[in-house]
Design a protein around this ligand. Structure first.
Ligand SMILES: [Ca+2]
Length: 85
């Protein structure tokens, strides 16, 4: 799941950014683990920040961001985008 569309709604060819997050992206951005650096205009993240993102992905794994009745973890395992139905 290393696609922009995992967290962003790709519309009109817009670049992925904080203004086009899907449900999963919003849940990830609001996770305590990534507060303070995700959502800022950064193009690169430090190794420590990337670890925090990984922690946040684990933390929201039991949520159902796209409302399809399956957890984010289950969606990802099944190859389903966790942010879109
Ligand atoms: Ca889901």
């Amino acid at each position: 799941m290393k696609k922009c569309t995992t967290c962003h709604a790709a519309t009109n060819g817009a670049k992925p950014g904080k203004d086009n997050l899907n449900g999963y992206g919003k849940d990830l951005q609001s996770a305590d683990e990534v507060k303070g650096f995700v959502g800022m205009k950064k193009k690169t993240f430090t190794a420590d920040e990337l670890k925090k993102v990984a922690d946040a992905i684990k933390a929201i794994g039991t949520k159902d961001s796209n409302g399809n009745g399956k957890s984010n973890d289950d969606d990802i395992k099944a190859g389903t985008a966790p942010g879109t139905k």
